[in-house]
Write a protein that binds this ligand. Structure first.
Ligand code: GLU
Length: 335
């Protein structure tokens, strides 16, 4: 199978090739071009917007062929992927330069504390955190499910391997003492497939860790009256109390057609990560592009509206900050 990176470089090379007639890059410019890949999640998720928003800020600043701007030579692509733990694995292999990952899986990858769920990656480095991600249980209209334990005997989507929600769902199952065999059916659909499957009556519920609001969730809530249930029993309270990466979260009333009241659940942060092996100048330029254009960035998704640099450089980050990021934050006087 051709790797994401090889595919991206071929595409980028083709695009550069098309431009030959109008502007021939000088030898020095061409040599300086650097292609980076950011791992995201399913195409209807918020990670996909995060990755592509970062690329947009980078390209906005790429001023080759213009008289003003930053001549960093970076070309960026943010393909759809399987999600958090997939991204972390690919970063450790050098197949992805950056990726978006849930704060719980960042923690476990860096510390090597859940080797059966995410590869231990001691060279993982954090860059910044983005939006909060409440863990949602979304249940079909008419399904008699009011709590996590009501999922026993039901058809439940536990998520595709490689996704953050797959891991978090398994943690929750273990905490509630539920095995995959307790469900009538445990499916492994992707985030893009799950809402349609719910509305088509193929599953009764799914678990999803995602920013709010999200168009994929809306397909189920607004499209076929699915509901999001509360998750605030002793079990979730225990998880929040015992771990540094879970916190209670609210999905506000009015977010979706069927959220007539606030929903209380637990959640994580979406974080942007890389590897120690990635060049510090490159990380510096990526971070700089995002923070110099943060107002534009915030406008690209409602989940980004409240992004605050002070929180972004600390919240949800357990792997050490990459030195390229530290350089920029220090220059800005934030560290
Ligand atoms: N939290 C999900 C994951 O780690 C992805 C959510 C999204 O795509 O926005 O796989």
């Amino acid at each position: 199978m051709i790797s994401i990176k090889a595919l991206m470089m071929a595409t980028a090379a083709a695009v550069v090739g098309l431009g030959v007639a109008t502007s021939v890059p000088s030898e020095a410019e061409a040599q300086q071009r650097r292609f980076i890949a950011i791992g995201t999640g399913g195409p209807t998720g918020v990670y996909f917007v995060v990755g592509n928003a970062i690329c947009r800020m980078i390209h906005k600043e790429a001023a080759e062929g213009r008289s003003e701007g930053r001549h960093h030579g970076i070309r960026c692509s943010a393909p759809s992927t399987g999600g958090s733990t997939y991204n972390i694995g690919q970063i450790s292999q050098g197949e992805l330069d950056f990726g978006v990952a849930q704060s719980d899986w960042q923690y476990h990858a860096y510390n090597g504390t859940a080797p059966d769920r995410v590869l231990p990656v001691p060279e993982l480095r954090s860059v910044f955190s983005v939006h909060p991600e409440p863990y949602h249980i979304i249940v079909a209209n008419g399904a008699e499910i009011e709590s996590f334990t009501d999922l026993s005997g039901k058809r439940f989507n536990i998520g595709n391997p490689g996704s953050g929600q797959r891991g978090t769902t398994e943690v929750l199952m273990a905490a509630h003492g539920i095995n995959a065999g307790d469900f009538a059916l445990a499916t492994e659909l992707t985030s893009t497939e799950q809402s349609k499957a719910l509305c088509d009556g193929k599953i009764d519920a799914y678990g999803y860790t995602v920013g709010v609001p999200n168009s994929g969730v809306a397909v189920a809530t607004d499209g076929c009256d699915a509901r999001i249930i509360n998750l605030n029993t002793d079990v979730e309270q225990g998880l929040v109390a015992e771990t540094p990466y879970y916190a209670f979260a609210t999905i506000p009333a009015g977010t979706y057609k069927t959220t007539s009241e606030d929903v209380t659940t637990f959640g994580v942060m979406a974080t942007f990560v890389t590897s120690q092996a990635v060049d510090a100048d490159l990380v510096y330029e990526v971070v700089r592009a995002v923070f110099e254009n943060l107002d534009d960035f915030r406008r690209l998704h409602p989940a980004f509206a409240n992004l605050d640099p002070e929180k972004m450089i600390g919240n949800g980050l357990s792997a050490p900050l990459h030195e390229g990021a530290v350089r920029y934050y220090t220059e800005r006087g934030w560290m």
